[in-house]
Design a binder for this molecule. Structure first.
Ligand code: PLP
Length: 433
């Protein structure tokens, strides 16, 4: 391990006494009141006032007709992909997925929970490269993918780090090819595109209340749709597909995916604070942006004209010319420090050495060993062959690999003070000395 305390570039900087997190839960008090209410009224299972209320409030916030509260965002994604598969290809025999033998186009630079449900349903994710303007699915690469696989009918897209993707362009491509859309708004709850909430654009959509998200239930997720039939099915599937009979009667395969009324109490207490959390996250993003003005870096970009992110995570991207040599294996990384230059490995190491938490950019799916045999499409249609070429004499590999090589997530906890954030900004500056 490199000893930053002996590196004179960092002289005079004190480590944080209490760790600064990437993004940790921020509680307000109401959560405990609603949890206690569940306890005292003995609604401790997967039914109760908290569940009913959060479903109503989230549907209102998003502007969709139905919201179904589930155990996790991943569970919501699974059932979203499953219902889309069933709508497209019909009900499979028990023990078979709805997407068996089918491909689906998926965001490439995202958390693996976005794409795994395609595999849960027996399908094959084909990854679509990222555009540099919002770090989301590239509409041009998606169009290219339809040239190569014209039969695909399902697109699964995420909004990375709370920044809405190019929704008009993506939707236009999807409409042209008659696909269903599953929108993963797990990270972007509260973000808008042309004034409309993310989680409103696809046919079956989801948000997450995982502990690190913009608001949390400690866990939890929600399925969002305008389709009464889809909402009804997902609710039924999530409670073990029990039929309306005196005994346990099952006509379909079931899951135990429903949200607990205790968890829903936490979500219910958090919901009034969503906009406040977004404002705090935005202030953090803007402070970093200002603080890094004199460095050869940029912040994770967004389309300020058409979208308002929720600023869940602040990220930085190092200019290509300011990257010191850095090589990443599957689990380790090496770099050579150079004056005036740095790299994510060095900056993340420095941040950690002073007791704060950053994180590498989500490693693109096409670079993940678990998906190494899967298709990957760039806007020029030649993704897979070049996918392991990172930064190579300044040459752009695919966009996802490039952002992974040069980018990193900064400590973005909304309880971080301005003074603490200034110290992180200073640490980053010192890395470039
Ligand atoms: C967190 C996350 C999920 C999964 O949500 P969980 O509630 O943790 O299961 C899905 N997709 C993305 C993009 C996420 O960041």
């Amino acid at each position: 391990m490199y000893d930053y305390s002996k590196d004179s570039r960092f002289a005079g900087i004190e480590p944080f006494e209490k760790k600064i997190w990437l993004a940790s839960p921020t509680m307000h008090g109401e959560e405990l009141a609603y949890m206690t209410e569940a306890y005292e009224t003995n609604w401790m299972s997967t039914a109760g006032a908290n569940i009913n209320e959060v479903e109503k409030e989230v549907a209102e916030k998003i502007g969709c007709r139905y919201a179904v509260a589930l155990a996790t965002g991943t569970a919501a994604l699974h059932l979203a992909v499953k219902i889309a598969g069933e709508q497209l290809y019909g009900q499979p025999r028990v023990g078979h997925g709805t997407l068996e033998g089918r491909k689906a186009f998926c965001s490439d630079m995202t958390f693996d929970a976005t794409v795994n449900p395609v595999a849960y349903e027996g399908g094959e994710a084909v990854f679509i490269d990222t555009e540099p303007d919002t770090w989301n699915m590239d509409p041009a690469a998606l169009e290219k993918a339809f040239e190569l696989y014209p039969d695909v009918r399902l697109v699964v897209m995420a909004h990375l780090y709370g920044t809405p993707g190019k929704l008009d362009e993506l939707k236009a491509v999807c409409d042209r090819h008659g696909t269903l859309i599953v929108e993963d708004a797990a990270e972007s709850f509260g973000a808008t595109y042309k004034g409309v909430q993310t989680g409103r654009f696809g046919d079956c959509n989801i948000i997450s209340f995982n502990g690190n998200k913009i608001i949390t239930g400690s866990a939890g997720g929600m399925f969002l749709t305008d389709s009464e039939e889809a909402a009804h099915k997902v609710r039924k599937w999530s409670t073990q597909s029990r039929e309306d009979a005196a005994w346990y009667q099952h006509e379909e395969l079931g899951y135990n995916y429903r949200m607990s009324n205790v968890i829903a109490g936490v979500v219910r207490g958090q919901l009034p604070h969503l906009e406040e959390h977004i404002a705090q996250k935005k202030a953090i993003y803007m402070r970093y942006k200002e603080g890094f003005r004199d460095l050869p870096v940029s912040m994770n970009p967004y389309d300020a004209r058409n979208s308002e992110p929720n600023f869940w995570l602040s990220c930085l991207l190092i200019d290509r010319e300011a990257m010191c040599p850095q090589v990443r294996g599957e689990k380790d990384a090496l770099y050579v420090t150079e004056p005036g230059k740095s790299c994510p490995t060095e900056i993340l190491g420095a941040i950690a050495a002073f007791n704060a938490e950053g994180r590498p950019i989500w490693k693109p799916m096409h670079m993940q060993p678990v998906y190494r045999m899967h298709g990957f499409i760039t806007r020029d249609g030649s993704g897979r062959a070049r996918s392991n070429a990172y930064i190579d004499e300044g040459a752009l590999a695919d966009v996802g690999a490039d952002i992974f090589a040069r980018g990193l997530c900064l400590p973005s906890d909304n309880k971080m003070t301005a003074e603490q954030q200034d110290r992180i900004i200073e640490i980053v500056h010192r890395c470039f000395r």
